[in-house]
Design a protein around this ligand. Structure first.
Ligand code: ATP
Length: 253
């Protein structure tokens, strides 16, 4: 059982000690990673994914449950702690949604019956319905991300999820994060989308390859995020109606 992940600070691009020396994240928490281009966001995520032990250029160390993770966690794919969800997900396999999920369930030792649950959950996260028989290769960006979120929540056992830039994702953003935190995951999300970043518990601000400061999300920011999410979901709904050739009427504006 993973209860916490701790990042122990290392060095920035210039070899200076990064100002933030320790970040502890507990089960069910969401942490944003923000900063300009080249500030080191992807490198921080890489350190987390690799469970770095002072062996990357930042010299950061990642602790799991306050301890150095076992070697097995770092090298055995079956014990993988970190799942990665990214904007650039492309399915190469010419398989149906059902075949893919069944195969994944089998690899992860999960009952194949869960496949229907995964598809139902994914359909709650996206406006465009996904069918079992759909080929993976024809799914839209929103559909594939919704499917991956549902898959990570219900099939993949990875307790830590890193999410890379899911702006304009075509999925219900808050609902997707809620689904993951409800299943006790620790989430790191690299994004500048205020709907997402103001819905986190805190955000790490990166500069020159180092963790510069931590901002705890305020109540006001969470309220703003809530409003933005409502607008976002309205847009998603309108887009789907337009797609289906419907007329738009009675929209509360
Ligand atoms: N702590 C560090 N020490 C040395 N080099 C670093 C460090 N952090 C980042 N770098 C280097 O700086 C460059 C930019 O870092 P990175 O790609 O992580 O930034 P980013 O914020 O993700 O950028 P973008 O927004 O453009 O994707 C990379 O070449 C990376 O190797």
């Amino acid at each position: 059982m993973i209860n916490s992940l701790t990042i122990i600070g290392g060095y920035d691009k210039f070899g200076e000690k990064e100002p933030v020396r320790k970040v502890k994240v507990k089960k069910g928490e969401i942490v944003g990673v923000v900063g300009p281009t080249g500030s080191g966001k992807s490198s921080l995520i890489y350190d987390i994914e690799q469970l770095a032990q002072g062996d990357t250029f930042s010299k950061r160390k990642i602790l799991v449950n306050d301890k150095k993770p076992s070697y097995e966690y770092r090298v055995n794919p079956k014990k993988k702690l970190v799942a990665h969800l990214s904007q650039h997900m492309n399915f190469l396999a010419d398989m149906s949604v059902e075949e893919f999920l069944k195969l994944h369930a089998k690899c992860r030792n999960v009952d194949e019956k869960r496949v229907d649950e995964v598809i139902d959950l994914a359909n709650k996260l996206t406006g465009e319905p996904i069918k079992k028989t759909d080929k993976l290769t024809i799914l839209s960006g929103g559909q594939s991300r919704a499917l991956m979120v549902a898959d990570i929540a219900l099939i993949s056992k990875s307790p830590i999820v890193v999410i890379d830039e899911i702006e304009n994702a075509g999925i219900k953003k808050h609902e997707a994060l809620n689904v993951l935190t409800k299943h006790g995951k620790i989430i790191f999300i690299v994004t500048h989308d205020p709907t997402l970043v103001l819905n986190t518990d805190k955000r790490i601000v990166m500069k020159n390859g180092g963790m510069q400061k931590i901002i705890k999300t305020t109540k006001e920011e969470k309220n703003i995020s809530q409003k933005l999410n409502e607008i976002d979901e309205l847009l998603l709904d309108l887009r789907e109606k337009v797609r289906l050739g419907k007329k738009i009427e009675n929209v509360p504006m």
